[in-house]
Design a protein around this ligand. Structure first.
Ligand SMILES: C[S@@+](CC[C@H](N)C(=O)[O-])C[C@H]1O[C@@H](n2cnc3c(N)ncnc32)[C@H](O)[C@@H]1O
Length: 267
């Protein structure tokens, strides 16, 4: 399984740019956060005393975690300074720090790590390694991410508009691990998997431009070819939009993956 080798400075820039409009645009991510919290609850042995939200964005999940666990020490971690600034306003009771989910260490071992719709921007192996190190014995790691079916409409439109002299056309999307890849990595990384489920969510749009705009507004610019518009040339970009518009209405699939795992005893 190949890993994402994303440019971290680019990720930080794209999310900082999207931060002011993110909360209003991120309906699917908010829905996933609520679902992750609901899935997690029956698997917690006791209310967690220390919680860190990995890739906390504008702090929506932290506010929900505060409501659910009023006495917990809450921490938010994100790579984007603008996201952190907004999260501080959303949930002022949490402690915030700018760090990379792939490479961070808490001051004190954590009881719960929560990561909603953030680790698809990372290489999952270092994320799982860092999570294992950060957790207290029997600590819980709850995360959601996106599977490879996500934005498949973009890959289809991209391939369909490839120039005739190109037999293949590189997929414009992020490389997204399958649920099986995550399960193996958790198992090999010292975790016991308690729950894994998934859901295919379909969003519809009035037209292709609105569809691409929705991706941009949630910061996922790198996943959308509109960033490469200048490189593409007008003709292929127009064809790409036309292909997306042919679906009536244009739609985007999101393969939401959910995992609840416990740090194994003795690991
Ligand atoms: C799609 S947003 C999700 C935000 C929030 N968890 C939510 O559910 O609304 C992804 C977040 O992950 C952050 N992020 C991406 N890569 C990261 C990394 N390597 N380390 C820390 N944060 C990262 C982004 O800055 C962004 O705030």
């Amino acid at each position: 399984m190949s890993h994402n080798r994303v440019d971290k400075r680019q990720v930080q820039r794209q999310f900082s740019r999207a931060a002011p409009g993110y909360t209003a645009a991120a309906n699917i991510q908010h829905r996933m956060s609520a679902q992750l919290l609901a899935l997690l609850t029956p698997h917690l042995p006791s209310p967690p005393a220390r919680i860190t939200d990995l890739g906390c964005g504008t702090g929506t999940s932290l506010a929900a975690l505060r409501r659910r666990f009023p006495h917990a020490q809450l921490n938010g971690l994100d790579i984007s300074t603008q996201m952190l600034k907004l999260a501080t306003q959303t949930e002022p009771t949490a402690h915030y720090r700018r760090a990379d989910i792939e490479d961070w260490h808490p001051d004190t071992p954590q009881d719960l790590l929560f990561a909603n719709a953030s680790i698809q921007w990372c290489d999952h192996c270092p994320v799982i390694r860092a999570a294992h190190q950060a957790l207290a014995p029997h600590g819980t790691f709850a995360f959601s991410s996106f599977g490879p079916q996500t934005h498949r409409e973009l890959a289809q439109a991209w391939a369909a508009t490839a120039p005739a002299d190109q037999s293949t056309s590189a997929d414009p999307r992020l490389t997204l691990p399958t649920a099986a890849t995550y399960r193996n990595a958790l198992e090999n990384g010292g975790f016991q998997l308690l729950k894994n489920t998934e859901q295919l969510i379909r969003a519809t749009f009035p037209n292709a431009r609105a569809l691409l705009d929705s991706i941009k507004k949630t910061g996922a610019t790198q996943a959308a070819p509109n960033r490469r518009r200048g490189l593409l040339g007008r003709h292929r970009y127009r064809q790409f939009l036309d292909h997306l518009d042919r679906a009536n209405p244009p739609q985007l699939s999101y393969q939401a993956l959910f995992f609840i795992a416990r740090k194994r005893q003795g690991d």
